[in-house]
Design a protein around this ligand. Structure first.
Ligand code: QV4
Ligand code: CA
Length: 473
């Protein structure tokens, strides 16, 4: 089904936000493959607007001009090379698919691939889309044609999201053009799609579009008959008529409530036990994509508020480590660039505003404005833990005293973290007796015959401990 990633059971993807294709290819080979990542969510690869007037912001890439693979991250040849090199080391590519709309009103060409267009005339010759391919005005109930009222599903789906020209997903031609874009990417070897603004598309239209997609490419190493993985960006925090549940037939959904729960829970450990709250309408585990923050809410865009980010490194590490240790949802790790107070700022760039290379220092951490949370030890090492415990049920032996949280994952793993100071304490695990190495600190511990273990967490900046069967430090 659409909700199953195809990466041999690996459990975590990373969003390499605004990275160039050549850098992602290198990162797959030198880091993500060995670390056990399932895949990479890449920035939208299609042709987009170029807006000097707005200072070449990151959000240019959420305004499609055509489905040519010509973006700030590179061209089609570079994209294909990335997909092949990542696939070769078992890391799959997930494309951020912006198909609810084309550019904002008032925008004119050329786009990043040199293609002309005129948004006010609804003319996008690079696809081509013309005025007949956009949602007819009489389908949008709002007075100015924009989405103002999120309590009206017709308005949310049929009007313009912040002035973005809304594609008419009910139309066969539109569905076919979007599916053609997806199939082109599937032929190149991608594994799946994060559907941008899916809340603004009718689930029935998505079902029709996805129904036109090919199975994953066997030439790229996928088993025959495998459907692409789809997850849908639906910001549902309760309180609006559009819910994540409407999208379960077409894949997984982004579960924004999880990130909020993590922020609250890191603030007050007592709340962490309730990260999955079905009473709040949260998606069941097998339908949820979970994350601590994303490229929007880390900078005050969609769904912001109560969000942990790399700007608070210790809390952030605790939040992500806990996310990767616990059993709910399919996890995505954010990898950012520094943006200070400028929420529009694009990625690190050269004087011509082309994206700068990612810089990796001798300590394996990033530089040059790239934050690379995914390389922080207590984050990437927990990817190994989550892979090792994947077949276990919900957590067991859950312990929380307000300052320390610990739990085991069946007979495969045990996790603990501390909020303030250090800890030296005995805990109950479900693990077989033996000697294990904490994947984070590399210290050795012994699990006794009764499953108990005495551990010490002494690194106050990275106060996370995890042992698992078959994991080395
Ligand atoms: C401006 C005016 C409008 C006017 C319009 C047309 O503000 O009033 O109608 O011009 O003249 C940018 C600008 C925005 C501008 C718009 C159109 O910020 O001011 O409108 O472009 O030119 C990203 C950014 C947006 C950005 C957009 C397109 O976050 O700021 O808009 O890209 O470049 C909701 C949705 C959810 C969405 C979230 C942000 O339910 O789906 O808002 N999240 C996704 C992406 C997000 C992206 C989009 C959707 C759109 O994750 O990154 O928006 O593709 O919660
Ligand atoms: Ca729409």
């Amino acid at each position: 089904g659409y909700d199953q990633p195809s990466c041999d059971g690996r459990q975590t993807i990373v969003h390499l936000f605004e990275w160039k294709w050549a850098d992602i290819a290198a990162e797959c080979e030198r880091f993500l493959g060995p670390a056990g990542f399932c895949g990479v969510q890449v920035s939208p690869p299609m042709e987009h607007i170029v807006s000097a007037g707005d200072g070449y912001p990151w959000w240019q890439r959420y305004q499609p001009v055509s489905y040519k693979l010509e973006s700030r991250s590179g061209n089609e040849e570079q994209f294909t090379d990335m997909v092949q090199r990542c696939n070769a080391v078992g890391v799959r590519i997930i494309v951020d698919a912006v198909v609810n709309h084309m550019t904002g009103l008032g925008r004119v060409g050329p786009g990043s691939g040199g293609t002309d267009f005129n948004a006010d005339n609804l003319d996008f010759p690079g696809v081509p889309f013309s005025s007949m391919d956009f949602t007819p005005k009489d389908q949008c109930p709002s007075s100015n044609g924009m989405i103002n009222n999120y309590n009206d599903p017709n308005e949310v789906r049929n009007c313009y999201l912040v002035g973005l020209t809304d594609l008419y997903g009910a139309k066969d031609y539109v569905r076919e053009k979007i599916a053609e874009y997806f199939n082109h990417l599937i032929d190149i070897g991608v594994m799946g799609f994060r559907v941008d603004a899916a809340k603004h598309m009718w689930p029935g239209d998505l079902e029709a579009i996805q129904g036109l997609t090919k199975d994953l490419s066997t030439a790229a190493g996928f088993p025959s008959g495998r459907r692409p993985f789809f997850f849908h960006e639906v910001i549902d925090q309760g309180g609006e008529p559009i819910t994540v549940q409407e999208y379960f037939g077409v894949g997984r959904t982004t579960e924004f409530r999880f990130g909020k729960k993590i922020a609250w829970g890191i603030n007050s450990f007592d709340q962490l036990g309730g990260v999955y709250d079905p009473g709040w309408g949260m998606a069941p585990s097998e339908k949820a994509v979970v994350f601590v923050d994303n490229h929007d809410n880390q900078r005050g865009h969609g769904g912001a508020g109560d969000t942990l980010t790399h700007k608070f490194p210790k809390d952030y590490r605790l939040g992500v480590a806990f996310t990767l240790a616990q059993p709910y949802g399919f996890a995505r790790v954010m990898s950012s660039y520094a943006f200070g107070d400028d929420s529009d700022a694009g990625p690190p760039h050269l004087s011509d505003y082309s994206t700068a290379n990612v810089v990796i220092n001798s300590d394996n951490q990033c530089d040059g404005g790239w934050v690379c949370e995914h390389r922080w030890p207590s984050i990437y090492k927990m990817v190994r833990f989550s892979n090792a415990v994947k077949d276990t049920a919900w957590w067991e032996n859950y312990y929380c005293d307000g300052n320390v949280v610990a739990f085991s994952r069946g007979d495969k793993g045990f996790f603990a973290m501390v909020k303030y100071g250090t800890v030296s304490q005995t805990f109950q695990t479900g693990m077989p007796a033996g000697t294990y190495q904490d994947v984070v600190s590399c210290q050795e511990v012994t699990v006794n015959g009764d499953g108990s273990v005495h551990i010490s967490i002494t690194n106050e900046e990275e106060p996370v401990f995890a042992i698992c069967v078959g994991c080395d430090c």
